[in-house]
Design a protein around this ligand. Structure first.
Ligand code: UN1
Length: 505
């Protein structure tokens, strides 16, 4: 495992000094083997990096946006050329099955393409002025240094959503990845450095330090969060992390983009195509071993179809192949570490105590991989939406609930503190429209006849309530990375005041 990791890292351009002899021990969740010992940065290193990023900003903000797009285009080329190696590394370090590792890198490529197009479309409006001989317009201008805090479960794609947009918007990035996935971060940074070198070699004036990676613990993160030169902190992770980060950034009037926990539900109504629903729920609940923020954690099924649907799901669940994510045919890889497995067991114990009937959920492959944490996906028939169901446990647990009226189902769906993703399976247009209406799902993502996870990059991604309110990726999410100015231009020889105010001596 470790030889394979070294070969990949060297193919991706990472020198061995970046992952040997350091204090941060990295283990593959596949078998628990050590695959790296990464040197860590200090808080002072972070502060110095922010100063370099700020200096880079002063130059980068003057480069025309379509020229900034060219850098992101080159980075997209590097990602295309190294897709399989980087995807493999994602599998080795984060435990994703092969197609999901490749999908993660594809998501990076897609956001690069999106950002390149966007680099010619950072439009403001022209606004009719109430005064003669005046024109009003708004412009979107580069914001400043963007700090990116990313999580282990999408160790590279979520960074790319942020950095691709930030770079075309004129903002240098400083990245603090999860301590569980520093190797994929090193590889991504190496590919970016290569793209930047090509860009500079082609004669484009660009500063160094447009993207910097700092691997370290809480103190490094805090130095990023508290530094007033960091104009935007984009943080992905638990609600607990967001609660720590949000108020600190707000205290210095910085901008925050939070993408925190989800507790995503699928409602299945009597008219639904159950074959489709079973497939959508299976991938949503158990894909990525339940470790997506968009994972389906709750099924709310009409009482007339609940038992049949849940029985089918339970049969399919038991057939999901658990095993090494790099071996073909396996669909469920390991949990990231023992902490994740323990949290899953605690949640299942609480669910039993609260009246749940649990299928699956135990440890798998313990003999083959004594140092790794594979879990049998769990399905829990719950009598009601109890406390544990309202809690996000980052593991493959699906709670099932019954409903009588759609109003009740939507109320259950909305009755949790999180508000990221949601879905309805129905062939009744009234039910579908109600679900996506103002009185329907309260989440940032509300889908029809498709599961809760696996969003495309073209849409704005994020959610409400304890999910944090941020939007990343597509649509107009780029606006978070720019500052808007409103300009009133007087081309007359008079100076009329707005609202008809007179102020003449
Ligand atoms: C996350 O889990 O933090 O929609 C992001 C999805 C992916 C992104 C998930 N495109 O499931």
């Amino acid at each position: 495992m470790s030889k394979q990791t070294q070969d990949l890292l060297s193919a991706l351009g990472v020198p061995s000094s970046a992952y040997t002899g350091g204090s941060l021990i990295v283990r593959s969740p596949i078998d628990g083997a050590q695959i790296g010992a990464v040197p860590e940065a200090s808080a002072a290193d972070m502060t110095a990096a922010i100063a370099r990023a700020q200096a880079a900003f002063l130059q980068w903000r003057t480069v025309p946006a379509p020229k900034r797009g060219e850098l992101v285009r080159l980075f997209g080329e590097e990602l295309r050329a190294h897709k399989m190696d980087l995807a493999r590394l994602v599998s080795l370090e984060a435990g994703k099955v092969t197609s999901e590792g490749e999908g993660e890198v594809q998501e990076m490529i897609d956001i690069c393409d999106f950002a390149v197009g966007l680099s010619r479309q950072l439009h403001g409006l022209t606004i009719a002025s109430e005064r003669p001989g005046h024109r009003m317009m708004e412009q979107y201008l580069p914001l400043g240094v963007v700090g990116i805090i990313s999580a282990f479960n999408f160790p590279v794609a979520v960074w790319a959503w942020n950095s691709a947009l930030a770079l075309v918007c004129g903002d240098p990035c400083v990245w603090k990845p999860s301590e569980k996935t520093p190797l994929t971060a090193l590889a991504t940074q190496a590919l970016f450095d290569k793209a930047l070198a090509r860009y500079q070699a082609a004669g484009h004036a660009a500063p160094d330090h447009l993207s910097q990676l700092l691997i370290g613990g809480a103190a490094v993160g805090e130095a990023l969060v508290d530094d007033a030169r960091v104009a935007l902190v984009s943080a992905t992770g638990s609600t607990r992390m967001g609660r720590a980060v949000g108020p600190r950034v707000a205290a210095r009037f910085g901008r925050c983009l939070l993408e925190l926990g989800g507790n995503n539900a699928i409602i299945v109504t009597p008219s639904a195509d159950l074959d489709l629903a079973v497939r959508g729920i299976l991938f949503g609940a158990y894909g990525t071993a339940g470790q997506r923020c968009t994972t389906t954690r709750r099924l709310i099924a009409h009482e007339t179809i609940h038992d049949e649907l849940v029985a089918r799901l339970d049969r399919a669940r038991a057939q999901l192949k658990i095993g090494s994510p790099i071996e073909a045919g396996n669909l469920i890889g390991p949990l990231i570490d023992q902490g994740a497995f323990d949290a899953m067991q605690k949640a299942l114990a609480a669910a039993r105590e609260q009246g749940g009937e649990v299928s699956g959920g135990g440890r798998a492959l313990a003999e083959q991989y004594p140092e790794a944490w594979y879990a049998v996906p769990a399905l829990v028939r719950m009598p009601a939406q109890t406390e544990i169901v309202k809690h996000e446990t980052f593991a493959p647990i699906l709670y099932t609930l019954k409903y009588k009226s759609l109003g009740e189902a939507i109320a259950l769906q909305n009755e949790v503190p999180q508000g990221l993703s949601s879905a309805i399976f129905t062939n009744d247009i009234r039910e579908a429209e109600l679900f996506v209406s103002a009185s329907g799902s309260d989440c940032g993502i509300a889908n029809v006849n498709i599961g809760t996870s696996g969003a495309e990059i073209g849409g704005a991604f994020g959610g409400e309530k304890e999910t944090g309110g941020g939007r990343e990726s597509g649509s107009d999410a780029w606006k978070a990375y720019m500052r808007r100015t409103t300009n009133t231009v007087n081309y007359s020889r008079e100076l009329p005041l707005a609202q008809g105010v007179k102020f003449d001596v």
